[in-house]
Design a protein around this ligand. Sequence first.
Ligand SMILES: [Zn+2]
Length: 102
Amino acid sequence: MIHYTCDRCNCELTPNEDLRYSVQVEIKAVFDTPTDFVEDVDTDHLLELNEILERLGDDESDAIGEDVYQRRRYDLCSGCFRQYQKNPLGREHSLSFGFSAN
Ligand SMILES: [Zn+2]
């Protein structure tokens, strides 16, 4: 039997009992290239990305590669999903509290 745990609060998620949210995050470094220089901007970005990843491959540390491209998947319980949904970028709350306090 497969067991899942929430990646945020580490609570155990029981299949068929607890709702489980799967959050997939893809982070890419984007290199802005002048559009008149490139025919297909999206393709060019991907090619550049691949070249950089290949170049980084052997002699550079993994940490630099993660600055360029990351794909993560998280399992969240319903409570943590609601928190994540409210604040997916992990922003500080102080600013919005300041506004609502008025
Ligand atoms: Zn949780």
